[in-house]
Ligand binder design. Structure first.
Ligand SMILES: NC(=O)c1ccc[n+]([C@@H]2O[C@H](COP(=O)([O-])OP(=O)(O)OC[C@H]3O[C@@H](n4cnc5c(N)ncnc54)[C@H](OP(=O)(O)O)[C@@H]3O)[C@@H](O)[C@H]2O)c1
Length: 289
């Protein structure tokens, strides 16, 4: 679907803008992917940031609709689809500075903030007179290269097919899974926090290669490709990862010797605990007012 198709299917004007409150790492990855994959143009995007330095960077990249004041931005684009992309702990103070009723003509509000529930977002936005459904999108930074495992949930289904705005944007950045909000903390840990875990694993694998005598660049390239290849095998063969592991381990061979060391050092348990810790932290963050 093109962006125009999406807007038409949602009964929205073809000049409807996507408004990003916050233009940091995650919003930047989403925006650049959507533009680089020709789903959106730079003119479809409006961004607000906190600092002049960030604004200048966006303008230098050709994004001319950038603001340092959210009220100015929302007054200029009152019918834009709003993506809230500030840190969760700054959400309250950001909303406190919005003028009453400023979101009343926005067709949809989407939050990418980790942790904060649709209910707490809706309650906080009440003074802006935004009383319709809230959609949460949880992308991950691999969306920059079209490989995010994005998650979507909502409190009530947006009218006029407007959920497709979010699912189409996410699908241009990788996969998109719609979930019940109850599963969002755990799913965010597995899908959105885990790239950080995997970067550590890739770096460590490369360190092992360097220790064994490989040049750093070669070791890193090989380690990254090994992760990509293994992930593709799981996704495309449909085989259980345990079976795929068994197929690599020949009797008395080099691989199983490494596997023994991984098990001895608790790699499996460390990953399980990491997901548990990220899930619990996400739950804690949802209680911060
Ligand atoms: N990073 C991830 O992998 C990831 C994954 C999923 C979800 N998220 C969520 O994405 C959100 C942003 O995370 P991030 O990593 O992109 O953070 P970030 O890089 O620190 O970006 C935050 C952005 O918000 C801007 N900002 C702060 N206060 C503002 C205000 N009052 N009005 C408008 N803009 C304001 C900042 O402006 P300046 O640039 O001027 O400082 C910055 O551009 C968080 O809620 C996080 O939970 C992140």
């Amino acid at each position: 679907m093109t962006w125009l198709d999406v807007l038409q299917s949602c009964e929205l004007n073809e000049d409807t803008k996507l408004i990003f409150i916050g233009g940091g790492n995650m919003a930047g990855a989403l925006i650049r992917r959507a533009v680089n994959s020709n789903f959106l143009t730079k003119d479809d995007i409006v961004i607000s940031v906190k600092s002049k330095g960030s604004q200048t960077k966006w303008i230098d990249e050709g994004y001319n609709n950038t603001f340092l004041d959210n009220n100015d931005m929302l007054k200029k684009y009152p019918t834009g689809i709003v993506f809230i992309c500030v840190k969760p702990q700054l959400f309250g103070s950001m909303v406190d500075q919005l003028e009453e009723g400023i979101l009343q003509d926005s067709p949809l509000v989407v939050s990418i903030m980790a942790g904060l529930s649709t209910q707490s977002i809706a309650e906080k936005l009440h003074s802006t007179l935004y009383s319709q459904s809230i959609v949460r999108l949880m992308p991950s930074t691999p969306c920059l290269v079209g490989a995010s495992a994005s998650l979507v949930c909502y409190n009530q289904l947006p009218e006029n097919n407007r959920l497709s705005i979010v699912t189409e944007l996410a699908s241009h950045a990788g996969t998109c899974t719609i979930l019940d909000e109850k599963q969002f903390h755990a799913a965010s840990a597995v899908a959105a926090c885990s790239p950080a875990y995997v970067y550590i694993l890739i770096e460590a694998l490369a360190d092992g290669g360097v220790l064994a005598g490989l040049p750093r660049n070669e070791a890193l390239t090989l380690a990254a490709q090994a992760f990509q290849g293994a992930a593709k095998m799981v996704a495309e063969t449909g085989k259980h990862p345990g079976l795929l592991k068994d197929e690599v381990c020949s009797a008395g061979g080099a691989t199983v010797a490494g596997v023994r060391l991984l098990e001895k050092n608790g790699v499996r348990s460390a990953l399980i605990e990491a997901v548990k810790a990220s899930t619990e932290r996400s739950e804690e963050m949802s209680k911060i007012k």
